[in-house]
Design a protein. Structure first.
Length: 90
């Protein structure tokens, strides 16, 4: 593991975070004593399937947030299908 002093970390935080993002683990020191560790986080398990689909070419992602769905389907009057499902559950 690489070490970095607090003063150096504060002065060049962006550079050190880029290193962490690329997989480097840092030990933060204060007066030569280790006081903290900064390491990359593991991707959330609930989105790994999406990353796998993009990697396999089965999906595309441009990096933005989803835009959402089209307006709901209307059934007899002003109710939507989701309204009917919620009503049926009650």
């Amino acid at each position: 593991m690489n070490t970095v002093g607090i003063r150096e970390l504060k002065a060049h935080l962006s550079r050190h975070l880029r290193r962490v993002r690329s997989g480097t683990r840092l030990v933060v020191t204060e007066r030569g004593r280790a006081i903290a560790r900064i390491e990359p986080i593991e991707p959330a398990a609930d989105v790994e399937w999406a990353h796998a689909m993009v990697a396999a070419g089965r999906a595309r992602w441009g990096g933005g947030k989803p835009r959402g769905l089209r307006p709901g389907v209307r059934i007899k009057g002003k109710k939507t299908v989701s309204d009917a499902v919620i009503e049926d559950r009650g």
